[in-house]
Design a protein around this ligand. Structure first.
Ligand code: NAD
Length: 332
């Protein structure tokens, strides 16, 4: 099977090439270009394409890929909100993905964001490099003895709960589908918001969860709360978050994902003028730390992504149905 790998980063190429020998039935060509209308033609002559969270796999692009002979889309990520599954089904293009490659990778990044935003290590690092050894602006709060609220207690939420317990925190949670095996003390959302000193978002973005964090829910939170989002930007109504930050509601905010991320994420725009004021405003606050959708970025997670993606290709070639296939969802 010939696969065109879109949107290649050096680490993708490294980790895929490392295990390619184990999959002699697959050959991969790598391109830096991401998939969109202008680049779909590159897939001519390939049976499969490999894409990531920032690809444009809307109906038009999928129709074009199918015309060029593409029969399989290998998503090297868990999310597929950027893939038009209905069009894929109509065009007889199979889609497979990599769910749950390393929940710990994302949870550890959530805690890293919480600690950075709380203890200002990002600022301390720069200050020390500039020979500024003063402690002005670096005051944090203890996590020990405080309450962590986990919203969405699936794979990543549970991993975050374990980390918070390790910090000596009381862990409470809210989930639409409570799971007693998590050991998390479940409470109604309003109560989790009211009691938490650290709030970490881990539920998927759906019609129901879009703007779950808004003016009203922010109003229910404790003053001085630390909020972390490593799930999807649309969970937070950003304008309301900005109002809350301005009103002094938050001790700190850590965001790996944000509503407007698509034009920025994974791009080096360091020599360009920022075109949206929302991101510029978020970046202007001293108690907000932003990263660029990198929660998944660990050696273990990327290795697992590479292996599962290649196995998905083999399963497709051999006509093996697995739970990584999105065929069932195509029919919805
Ligand atoms: P998961 O499916 O294991 O868990 C999601 C949990 O959310 C489930 O327990 C589910 O019951 C709960 N949920 C669903 N609807 C809800 C609602 N309306 N209210 C409250 N809870 C609800 O998923 P996961 O592997 O833990 O991933 C969680 C999210 O993390 C993904 O949806 C994805 O958006 C995000 N993610 C981010 C990165 C990153 O790099 N930052 C990487 C992977 C995943």
């Amino acid at each position: 099977m010939k696969v065109l790998f879109y949107g290649t980063n050096s680490y993708d190429e490294h980790f895929f090439k490392k295990i390619m020998d184990e999959y002699p039935q697959i050959s991969i060509d790598f391109t830096d270009a991401n998939i969109h209308k202008e680049t779909a033609a590159l897939a001519m002559g390939y049976e499969a394409v490999c894409a990531f969270v920032n690809a444009d796999l809307g109906g038009e692009v999928i129709r074009e890929l199918a015309e060029y002979g593409v029969k399989l889309i290998l998503m090297r990520c868990a999310g597929f909100n950027n893939v038009d599954l209905r069009q894929a089904a109509e065009s007889r293009v199979e889609v497979r993905r990599v769910p749950g490659y390393s929940p710990q990778a994302v949870a550890e990044h959530a805690m890293a964001l919480a600690l950075t935003a709380n203890r200002h290590t990002h600022k301390a690092y720069i200050k020390c490099r500039e020979n500024d050894f003063s402690l002005t602006g670096l005051m944090g709060v203890n996590f020990f003895g405080k309450t962590a609220g986990i919203i969405g207690t699936g794979k990543i939420g549970r991993a975050m709960a374990d980390i918070c317990r390790g910090f000596g925190m009381r862990v409470i949670g809210y989930d639409k589908y409570e799971n007693p095996e998590t050991g998390i003390h479940y409470l109604p959302l309003e109560q989790v918001l009211r009691e938490s000193d650290l709030l970490s978002l881990h539920c998927p973005l759906t019609d129901e969860t879009r703007h779950l964090i808004n003016k009203t829910t922010i109003g229910s939170m404790k003053d001085g709360v630390i909020l972390v989002n490593t799930s999807r930007g649309g969970l937070i109504r950003t304008e309301d978050l900005i109002d809350g930050i301005r009103a002094g509601k938050f001790f700190a905010v850590g965001l790996d994902v944000y509503e407007e991320e698509t034009p920025y994420v994974y791009e080096d725009l360091s020599d360009q003028i920022m075109q949206t004021s929302t991101m510029a405003r978020l970046l202007s606050f001293p108690n907000v730390v932003v990263t660029s959708h990198q929660g998944f970025l660990t050696v273990e997670a990327v290795e697992a992504i590479a292996r599962t993606t290649l196995q998905n290709a083999v399963d497709s070639m051999e006509g093996r149905a697995t739970s990584n296939e999105l065929t069932g969802l195509m029919q919805e």
